[in-house]
Design a protein around this ligand. Structure first.
Ligand SMILES: Cc1ncc(COP(=O)(O)O)c(C=O)c1O
Length: 392
């Protein structure tokens, strides 16, 4: 066998305005470029407490059961769903996006019977339809997505949907992967039972340790299950030994990721969670103004516009691949294409965490205008930059 000949690692410095990861603050990279300690080292045990407190701060919760799950957002998603859903439970899930479909698949693998509440891709669920689905199916659990990354759609009435579920004695699981730290969210005040998220979106940390929070009602159901969850690694009753009071070995935590997450969350706390939500509204609002002034159309209605992920209709006369390729090759900017029902129809422009800055959105609006103009699309690049800059 030949000796491998692999060169030095030199990743390009991209402006990350896609659906995640977002750019990482140098302080976070610095926190990850430190010595490693053991996952049961007294130093690390204190760090665990601090990370749990910081996570409670961003989730706006006092939930004791608040922890970073080892793995990406799908791991904390699977931890939430596969622990809460018992074989035979009826689980109501949405059909209006890619990540709602992933919830459905996970709930089925956990042994749940799934039923759907429908809305077209690119529209939020309607509370009336949710109420009807509850009347018809009487689900035990209702899972839905606050910020559907595949369509750039915000579910604007989370607390109302949670109230519907609670009035039918059902528990709720809310996906906050593309909202935590970027869009207003109050886990306790809105009564959310379980919420999972990821580090690489509005928290701006490399992926690998993913926020999860569960209230007492959810934990009571989990701790009184008749059958063990099918996964061992994400079994929350087992994980309690490590993240609960005992702090004893369950698996080797990704120490460096937790260091990074701690620093990223410290930055969130320094900024202040409300100021951070406002910054996303302000900076992404300016991006949206520029896009619209250029003559392009947003995919979501204004009351379901998701500031952390702007879905923009691909204009006639150009294909999405060309736009994406030219943005990377000529401007070093990453954005993304549509998925599923919206493949080829939308561009997905993220505005999250450390990427959500004035200089980035001005640069993107300018670059996008130049490319579209050059491709022969009837746009007004000058008006777009002026509108973005005025809004900032
Ligand atoms: C809404 C939503 N849920 C779940 C996930 C899964 O997260 P991950 O890719 O970190 O596993 C994503 C990822 O983009 C997402 O956007």
């Amino acid at each position: 066998m030949e000796e491998p000949n692999v060169g030095e690692l030199k990743p390009p410095e991209r402006v990350l305005l896609g659906p995640g990861p977002s750019n990482v603050h140098p302080r976070v990279l610095g926190a990850m470029n430190t010595s490693i300690v053991g996952h049961l080292d007294p130093y690390f045990v204190d760090i665990m407490d601090e990370v749990q407190d910081l996570l409670r701060y961003v989730f706006r919760t006092d939930n004791e059961w608040t922890l970073p799950v080892s793995g990406t957002g799908s791991a904390s998603m699977e931890a939430g769903i596969s622990n809460l859903v018992e074989p035979g439970d009826t689980v109501l899930v949405p059909s209006n996006g890619y990540f709602g479909a992933r919830m459905e698949s996970m709930a089925q693998r956990a042994g749940g019977e799934t039923v759907r509440v429908d809305a077209p891709w690119g529209e939020p669920l309607d509370a009336v339809d949710v109420q009807e689905a509850f009347n018809e199916h009487q689900p035990d659990i209702f899972g839905f997505v606050q910020a559907e990354t595949s369509t750039g759609t915000l579910q604007p009435d989370v607390s109302e949907l949670v109230d519907i579920a609670h009035s039918h004695d059902a528990l709720t699981i809310v996906d906050t992967v593309t909202s935590l730290g970027g869009v207003e969210l109050h886990v306790d005040d809105w009564g959310i039972d379980v919420s999972y998220s990821a580090a690489q979106k509005c928290i701006s940390c490399p992926p690998g340790a993913s926020p999860l929070t569960l209230n007492d009602d959810a934990m009571d159901k989990i701790l009184s299950r008749e059958t063990e969850p099918r996964c061992w690694y994400l079994d929350l009753a087992e994980l309690e030994d490590y993240w609960g009071d005992n702090r004893s070995y369950h698996h080797t935590a990704p120490v460096t990721n937790i260091f990074g997450l701690r620093e990223a969350l410290r930055i969130v706390a320094e900024e202040g969670i409300e100021e951070r939500w406002n910054r996303h509204l302000r900076v992404s609002g300016a991006l949206k103004s520029g896009i619209e002034a250029m003559g392009l159309e947003m995919n979501s209605r204004d009351d379901a516009w998701l500031p952390t992920l702007n879905a923009v209709r691909v204009p006639d006369g150009v294909d999405d691949d060309t736009i994406l390729r030219r943005l990377v090759e000529e401007y070093n900017i990453e954005i993304s294409a549509g998925l599923g029902d919206l493949e080829g129809e939308i561009l997905r422009i993220g505005c999250m965490g450390h990427s959500a800055r004035a200089q980035n959105v001005l640069y993107l609006v300018d670059a996008l205008g130049e490319i579209l103009d050059d491709e022969g699309v009837d746009v007004s690049p000058g008006d777009a930059v002026a509108a973005t800059s005025d809004a900032l």
